[in-house]
Design a protein around this ligand. Structure first.
Ligand code: NCD
Length: 310
């Protein structure tokens, strides 16, 4: 059974069957990654370009590693070191790269909808690696895959998404992904960092009280404050943010149960998460990173297979 989509632009477009297919495929690739030789010839004749118009460490390395584990030919493009700086348009940049016969484009861009726009103008399949504040589908898939691995299932689980909801593509993709799988979602943060329409439009619970959300949830997915996307002050200081919305050991120890702590990275230690929480046994942050490679191998394999069909 193939995916229902040609491109992976957002979780919004996926069916529950797509999500389950990606997880089952990732289970198989996770086995491959445990072998002494972690490489398979699956994408041997496929050329993939990683088009990164915005900074990235883990997502970019994770995609590149996934591509190399599948034996694809890989080209890396960083906007800051390219002709984009000389005024070239997005379509011109991409068409020049595609003239070199590229099959798949992995794209990160600061503008919402950039990969959707591109998908209407080029033949290659596109995987969105984060577009502005819109979506970051592979992050949400690896987050849910990590919850499934830890708790057996995502269905029926209670997940709190904590922090800067307004500026977070990770929050958006996670909400779509968790809701499609039948999880319950609460968003929690300062009122200035949660969009007003959230509860009605996205079908989530909203609270401004961190302790209340943590008492309720099985899993807390904690987000970074996206200062680079905020063009006006939305809270008094990082110190005050940490006081009200940072997760400390003391706060976790005061709960009536043990919850799981997740974070997409990069962490701002001492702001949204204190170090004794980030590095504790409750945190599955490094498992998320590890699962990211298997999830991206699954997505690349399924999207490349879908492209071959067309
Ligand atoms: C996230 C991103 O870039 O959207 N990071 C990531 O991909 N691992 C979250 C963030 O930057 O805070």
């Amino acid at each position: 059974m193939p995916l229902s989509v040609k491109h992976l632009l957002g979780i919004k477009d996926l069916t529950l069957q797509d999500i389950e297919l990606i997880f089952q495929t990732a289970d198989n690739f996770k086995e491959v990654l445990k072998r002494p030789i972690k490489k398979v010839p699956t994408l041997r004749d496929t050329t993939i370009v990683n088009l990164f118009f915005e900074n990235s460490t883990r997502t970019r390395i994770s995609f590149e590693l996934a591509e190399k584990r599948l034996s694809a030919d890989v080209i890396n493009f960083t906007a800051s070191a390219s002709s984009v700086k000389k005024g070239e348009t997005l379509i011109d940049t991409v068409n020049n790269i595609l003239a070199m016969k590229v099959d798949l484009v992995i794209m990160r861009h600061s503008a919402c909808g950039a990969p959707h726009f591109l998908s209407k103008h080029i033949q290659a399949a596109i995987v969105n690696a984060g577009d502005g504040i819109n979506e970051h589908p592979t992050q949400a898939l690896l987050d849910s895959f990590s919850i499934r691995e830890k708790l057996g299932d995502v269905k029926g689980k209670k997940v709190a998404i904590v922090g800067d909801i307004t500026h977070s593509r990770v929050a958006m993709s996670n909400i779509y992904c968790l809701k499609k799988q039948g999880a319950e979602v609460t968003v929690v943060g300062p009122p200035t960092l949660i969009p007003k329409y959230m509860a009605e439009a996205m079908g989530v619970n909203v609270t401004y009280n961190l302790r209340e959300a943590l008492e309720w949830c099985d899993v807390a997915n904690v987000l970074r404050i996206q200062l680079e996307r905020q063009n006006m002050p939305l809270f008094s200081s990082l110190r005050e943010y940490n006081l009200f919305y940072g997760i400390s050991r003391e706060l976790l120890d005061g709960l009536h149960k043990e919850i799981i702590i997740m974070h997409p990275g990069p962490i701002n230690r001492g702001v949204e998460l204190n170090s004794d929480v980030a590095d504790s046994k409750q945190s599955i942050i490094l498992q998320q990173v590890e699962n990211g490679v298997a999830i991206r191998m699954a997505v690349l394999y399924l999207i490349a297979g879908k492209k071959a069909e067309n």
